[in-house]
Design a protein around this ligand. Structure first.
Ligand code: PAF
Length: 289
C-alpha cells in the first residue's frame, strides 16, 4: 500500500499528467471534494481497475478540492468537512497513484478567472432550482480538472444524479474526449446514502434522515406493484419525509436522461428527493423498477 504522491500545484499536475499520457499511460480520474467515504472508495477502486485495463499498469488519480464556486451564499463552504491526511490514507488503500490537492483555491480560480461553463437543460429544476449557480460551478471546475488531467476516463457517483447528467451533457456538447462513468450509490447497512455531509447529522437527525431512502424504497415497491401514477408516488414520498420532520426541497420522478418530470413512473424512471434534516441538506435517488 504505497502512499499516493501529493501534488498541490495544478501546473505541475498538468505537466505530469500530460507527460504520462504522452508516454502511453491510461489515466483514470476521480474528482472529489475530499472527506472521503465508502462511496468515494468505490470510485477510487474502480479508477484503479479502469486505469489498468488492457493489461498495462496505468495511472489512477484523484483530485481533492473543495470548489468554492459551487457553493451559494449561506451554504456550508466554510464548514465543509476536510481531512487531507485521512483522505490520502484512503487513496493509498484504493491504489491511487497521484492526488491533486491545491492548498489555495486561488490556484484553480485566480482573481482574474472569468470563464464559466453553463450547461442549460439538465441543470434546471431539482437542485439547480434551489442552488442557483451550483451546476455552473461544478461544470466549470470539472472542465478545468479534465483540461489539467486529460483523463481517458472519469468516475462520478450516481448519488449526485443531476450532477452526473450535467457532466455527461457538457462532455457530449463540448466534444470532450473523456469517458464518464457513473457508479452506483453506496449505502449504510440501514439504507442511508453515504455522503460527506452525513457527518453534520446528530444521532437523532441521522435516524430521521433514513426517511429519504425509505421513501424511495417504498415508491419503488409501489411502482413495482403496479402504481405508475407519478403524482401519487410523489405525494406518498413527500408525506413520509414530512412525517419524519424533514423539510422537503423536492420529490420528483424524471426521465433518466433528460431529467424531465414524467406523469407516469415507467420502469427506468428515476425518483429524486432533496430534503433538509436539521441544518443538513440531503439528496438521494433511486431508479424505479
Ligand atoms: O461531487 C463532488 O464531490 C463535486 O461536485 C465535484 C464533482 C468533485 C466537483 O467539485
Amino acid at each position: 500500500m504505497n502512499a499516493p504522491e501529493l501534488i498541490t500545484d495544478p501546473a505541475a499536475w498538468q505537466a505530469r499528467c500530460f507527460a504520462a499520457r504522452d508516454g502511453g499511460a491510461r489515466l483514470a480520474l476521480v474528482p472529489t471534494m475530499g472527506f472521503l467515504h465508502d462511496g468515494h472508495l468505490s470510485l477510487l477502486r474502480a479508477a484503479r481497475a479502469r486505469a489498468d485495463e488492457g493489461g498495462r499498469r496505468g495511472l489512477a488519480v484523484a483530485s481533492i478540492f473543495v470548489n468554492p464556486t459551487q457553493f451559494g451564499a449561506g451554504e456550508d463552504l466554510s464548514r465543509y468537512p476536510r481531512d487531507l491526511q485521512g483522505d490520502l490514507a484512503k487513496c493509498a488503500a484504493a491504489g491511487i497513484d497521484w492526488v491533486l490537492a491545491p492548498a489555495d483555491p486561488r490556484a484553480v480560480f485566480p482573481p482574474d478567472f472569468q470563464t464559466w461553463v453553463t450547461v442549460e437543460g439538465v441543470s434546471q429544476g431539482l437542485c439547480g432550482a434551489s442552488r442557483p449557480g451550483h451546476f455552473r460551478g461544478v461544470a466549470t471546475v470539472v472542465a478545468k480538472l479534465f483540461n489539467l488531467t486529460r483523463p481517458h476516463v472519469a468516475l462520478f457517483g450516481e448519488k449526485d444524479y443531476q450532477q452526473l447528467a450535467v457532466i455527461r451533457a457538457m462532455v457530449r456538447d463540448l466534444a470532450m474526449n473523456v469517458e464518464v462513468v457513473g457508479m452506483p450509490i453506496v449505502r449504510e447497512p440501514d439504507g442511508l446514502a453515504r455522503s460527506s455531509r452525513n457527518v453534520y447529522l446528530s444521532p437523532e437527525e441521522r435516524g430521521r434522515a433514513l426517511a429519504l431512502s425509505r421513501a424511495l424504497r417504498e415508491a419503488a415497491e409501489l411502482a413495482g406493484g403496479g402504481e405508475r401514477d407519478a403524482a401519487s408516488l410523489r405525494a406518498r414520498a413527500r408525506a413520509r419525509l414530512e412525517d419524519a420532520g424533514a423539510r422537503v426541497d423536492y420529490v420528483e420522478i424524471v426521465h433518466p436522461d433528460s431529467l424531465a418530470p414524467v406523469p407516469r413512473a415507467d420502469p427506468g424512471c428515476v425518483m429524486l428527493v432533496a430534503a433538509q434534516v436539521g441544518a443538513t441538506r440531503l439528496i438521494d435517488n433511486l431508479r424505479l423498477p
